[in-house]
Design a protein around this ligand. Structure first.
Ligand code: G6P
Length: 616
């Protein structure tokens, strides 16, 4: 998986490629590299670590003259450790062909066996096999184009590929199956990349390659072909998109993007409220105008998502069932696509994704399309112009703005906000909620930004509390009802950025196993605001207490009972139960952040993770 970029034209190749890689780093950042053809010869530079390391080790000191074409890659390791050798570009044995790859070549072991020992494999990657295979096919056919086509026909799995070769030193070859690839059109220059974000500084004209299409790209021409080798006439998409819509370079006075994004949350909820309501009294979802009939008739929602987006789906289930009386199943996408999906005529698929590129979630959509091609697909996506957007019947933008921190915070709030209003909208559409009830919910929603700001103002105290737990090795997070998914999300945040073990549980499940872990060394973070589950949560806290567990409780301001038995309490303002998850999550985000900072972790780009996971 990874981000790929390619360029053919007269600009300074190293800087175009490296700038692109920096923008694509959200797709992986454990190693990176570039390769160019200069004066007919291929040269490559690769380094483990982030793009900055590649720049420091090589790019600052190299001088590339008369280069014609180049490719670059930023990696999230699947096959082989993140080392210099496993970094892309991967080269053929004769070093005349270089390629970058996003995806997984699933039959690489079989292909490799057939090519060895004649072709010298250096890396442990699946991708390298494609470079050797092109070389082998070139030896047979003596035509680079034929070798490229022959190679594509043998690859199984998923790929976005960009290839350069000394055999055709003015041309970029590209192909796509399952992983995104976009061609950017310039004047006497052309680009390719995994994502618009890398192309937008250079052009607003794009061609989206479809699965099984491949392209021959020179500085003056782009030719696209289908699998059978027939020329395809592709539409050029002109996007009126601003760089700032896609990229947010400044973190202002905040030491990390994650902290800035936590502080962005009140403004995002204001934006969501004003976008999805008229004067904060009536719900309006313009993008759903053509779908009101299926939504009115909907009997079941199938929600599928990954990571933090999955947690948002788990919260949404409560709202959709309560406000719209629509039964809702929530699946992890990588499980969803491999189970027997049972859907009926009036069901609707909801896909949730910050990036709109997550491979598992896309595969879930495609599986449903294959089985039930009439089932509407509505996606809640934060980024614009994504693969998921193109594959959905309608989208509801999350409006979080560009999220840079790999651990998602502001998009979680944005997803919760949009899903809450969406559920109210359905309650309105189906006549289940009265106008008065909706107005009451919207008034409560409108209070959220101020209430979140109140929690954020409490930041120093939360920091002091968190620092007391930075030496602990494991944590349990517990909650019930609508706050149970936040126990999962709080634990996920802590794991992602502090590398400490944490697990989230529905508090009622404690007694079925996890309680065995509780002793004086185990901090238990309990979400216990004033909700209908309060007394049940209290019972669970007593169970923890009687086993000497250390309780950190997120409570409603003024709470006395929990305060009496907890080691520490973090108060949040009072709010109706249905909106409580949008407040209880804030101290958990800060808790994870402060512990990670205390441990000197790479908060915005934690090890082993990627912002967008584009492989299965
Ligand atoms: C990656 C990210 C997570 C994110 C998940 C789903 O694992 O590191 O933060 O929640 O993908 O991403 P999506 O873009 O589909 O919401």
């Amino acid at each position: 998986m990874c981000g790929i970029i390619g360029y053919v034209g007269k600009r300074d190749l190293a800087s175009v490629l490296v700038a692109g890689l920096e923008r694509l780093s959200y797709r992986g950042y454990d190693s990176s590299g570039i390769a160019v053809i200069s004066k007919g010869e291929l040269s490559a530079w690769k380094s483990e670590g982030k793009v900055q390391r590649l720049i420091d080790r090589y790019i600052k000191s190299i001088k590339i003259s008369n280069a014609t074409v180049g490719i670059g890659h930023t990696r999230w390791a699947t096959h082989g450790e993140p080392t210099d050798i496993n970094a892309h570009p991967q080269l053929s044995s004769d070093q005349k062909i270089g390629l970058v790859h996003n995806g997984i070549i699933e039959n690489f072991a079989f292909l490799k066996k057939n090519l060895q020992p004649r072709y010298l494999f250096k890396s442990e990657t699946d991708s390298e096999v494609a470079a050797h295979l092109i070389e082998a096919e070139f030896h047979r056919t003596h035509s680079f184009l034929q070798a490229f086509q022959k190679t594509l026909s043998q690859l199984e799995g998923t790929y976005a590929l960009a290839i350069i070769s000394e055999h055709d030193p003015q041309t970029l070859f590209a192909a796509r199956l399952g992983s995104p690839l976009i061609i950017g059109l310039g004047e006497d220059e052309n680009f390719i990349a995994s994502d618009l974000v890398a192309l937008i500084p250079h052009t607003r004209n794009f061609i989206y390659l479809a699965d099984n299409e491949w392209a021959i790209i020179s500085a003056s021409e782009v030719q696209v072909y289908d699998q059978a080798g027939n020329r395809v006439k592709k539409a050029i998409k002109h996007l009126k998109i601003n760089d700032s819509d896609l990229h947010q370079p400044a973190k202002g006075h905040f030491p990390h993007y994650m902290l800035k994004e936590i502080f962005d949350q009140p403004e995002i909820l204001k934006r969501i409220l004003s976008t999805y309501t008229s004067d904060e009294v009536e719900l309006r979802f313009k993008s759903l105008a053509a779908h009101t009939d299926p939504l009115k008739k909907c009997e079941k929602f199938l929600i599928q998502a990954c990571g933090t987006s999955w947690h948002a789906g788990l919260v949404a289930k409560y709202w959709l069932e309560e406000f719209a009386h629509i039964s809702t199943e929530v699946d992890i996408s990588s499980e969803f696509r491999y189970r027997k999906i049972l859907a009926r005529n009036h069901d609707i698929l909801l896909a949730l994704s910050q990036s709109g590129e997550t491979a598992d979630t896309l595969a879930g959509i495609r599986e449903v399309r294959k089985l039930y091609n009439k089932l509407p697909v509505i996606s809640f996506i934060n980024r614009s112009e994504t693969t998921m957007e193109h594959e959905s019947d309608a989208i509801i933008p999350s409006l979080a703005g560009t999220e840079i921190g790999v651990a998602s915070t502001k998009n979680y709030i944005a997803q919760l906000g949009t899903l809450f209003l969406f559920a109210l909208y359905l309650g309105q559409l189906k006549g289940i909620l009265t106008a008065a009830k909706i107005a009451e919910y919207l008034r409560a929603f409108a209070m959220l930004p101020a209430l979140i700001n109140k929690i954020l103002a409490y930041r120093k105290t939360i920091k002091a509390i968190s620092s007391r737990y930075a030496t602990d090795k494991g944590f349990l997070f517990i909650g019930r009802g609508m706050n149970y998914p936040n126990a999962l999300e709080g634990a996920l945040k802590l794991k992602e950025i502090s590398y400490l073990y944490a697990a989230g549980y529905a508090a009622g499940e404690l007694k079925h196993g996890p309680i065995a872990l509780i002793d004086e060394n185990m901090p238990v973070i309990a979400l216990i605001p004033h909700t209908s589950n309060y007394s049940k949560m209290m019972n669970n806290l007593e169970e923890v207490r009687s086993r000497k567990g250390r309780i950190i409780a997120i409570v409603t301001e003024g709470d006395k009972d929990v305060t009496a038995i907890a080691d520490t309490v973090i108060p949040i303002p009072a709010i109706i139960e249905e909106l409580s998850p949008l407040l209880t999550i804030i101290p958990l985000q800060l808790f994870a952040y402060d512990i990670a900072v205390a441990l000197d972790r790479d908060v915005d780009q934690p090890k082993n993770l990627a912002k967008s996971v584009t492989v299965e």
